[in-house]
Design a protein around this ligand. Structure first.
Ligand code: TMP
Ligand code: ASP
Length: 261
């Protein structure tokens, strides 16, 4: 597969064209941003870890029938993904109240919700990704009712699966963000999951200590992010204890590889 020109650069990823018009390459950067780009940093090794963690979760989701954009991981920082038309909505799924909902509604951090709560935000950085109602999505034709019903079903299955997967390795899945896209299959639009799933896009707390193992470490200056992401990867069985591939080593390795190309 040949890597073509840069199509899009986001806050944490870059998308490149390929010689197949249906596929693109997704490159995971080390850049970390929070609060709609107001806080920024480069955290060496983050992209490598997110690439691996996201690959692991998306391939597991494929195995339970959740269609998603991942085709395969190419190397330490890149994946081949299907090119989709992104639905301009960030779907937030909450199992425990934390983050923006605690401030917006005065709910105590850590409150366990009776049922998973789905919130919708318009994907628009200039507007600060505002919270919207489900009705806005249909009113402004960002997606159809049928698409939203399908997405909601997928979200609840993804949430159930991920809660179990993380619980098995001593992690509580507090909340996460998902995006979906349209793919033409036999001339018809099909909605698939089209996003990374990583500690950048999930809140993950240690089951016993409630230690934060996600991007809140960066958002709230809780200390190093790399050891926490490495811990998540190790617990999921992606990095092995003995090999003790520290993220920094992983990064060095990937930059050596890149230089050689
Ligand atoms: P929030 O509490 O800030 O609304 O975030 C809810 C979840 O969504 C949390 O796991 C972080 C994730 N998220 C993103 O992945 N991207 C974003 O732009 C935002 C605002 C949240
Ligand atoms: N990713 C968003 C930003 O850059 C927000 C966040 O994850 O907190 O600003």
């Amino acid at each position: 597969m040949k890597k073509g020109k840069k199509l899009y650069e986001g806050k944490a990823k870059i998308i490149y064209a390929t010689n197949d018009k249906n596929l693109v390459i997704q490159y995971f950067k080390d850049d970390a941003t929070a609060f709609n780009n107001q806080k920024k940093s480069v955290i060496e090794g983050k992209g490598v870890l997110n690439n691996r963690i996201s690959e692991h979760i998306l391939s597991n989701l494929s195995q339970i029938g959740i269609k998603n954009h991942l085709v395969k991981r190419l190397n330490m920082r890149e994946q081949v993904i299907k090119l989709v038309e992104i639905i301009p909505i960030e779907f937030i799924i909450r199992n425990v109240a934390s983050g923006s909902i605690t401030k917006r509604l005065g709910i105590e951090d850590g409150t366990v919700l009776k049922e998973p709560l789905i919130e919708y935000c318009l994907k628009d950085d200039k507007l600060g990704d505002p919270l919207i109602a489900e009705e806005h999505i249909m009113a402004f034709e960002w997606a159809t009712k049928k698409e939203i019903e399908k997405v909601k079903k997928m979200i609840l299955r993804i949430n159930d699966f991920m809660i179990g997967m993380f619980r098995g390795v001593g992690i509580k899945l507090i909340d996460f963000k998902l995006e979906f896209g349209r793919l033409k299959v036999n001339g018809k639009d099909e909605v698939i999951l089209a996003d990374e799933i990583s500690p950048d896009t999930c809140r993950l707390w240690d089951s016993i200590t409630d230690k934060k193992l996600d991007k809140d470490r960066f958002r709230k200056n809780l200390g190093d992010l790399i050891p926490a992401y490495t811990e998540v990867a190790k617990r999921l069985g992606i990095l092995h204890e003995q090999s003790n591939v520290s993220a920094v080593n992983v990064t060095k390795l990937s930059s050596v590889k890149r230089k050689r190309k």
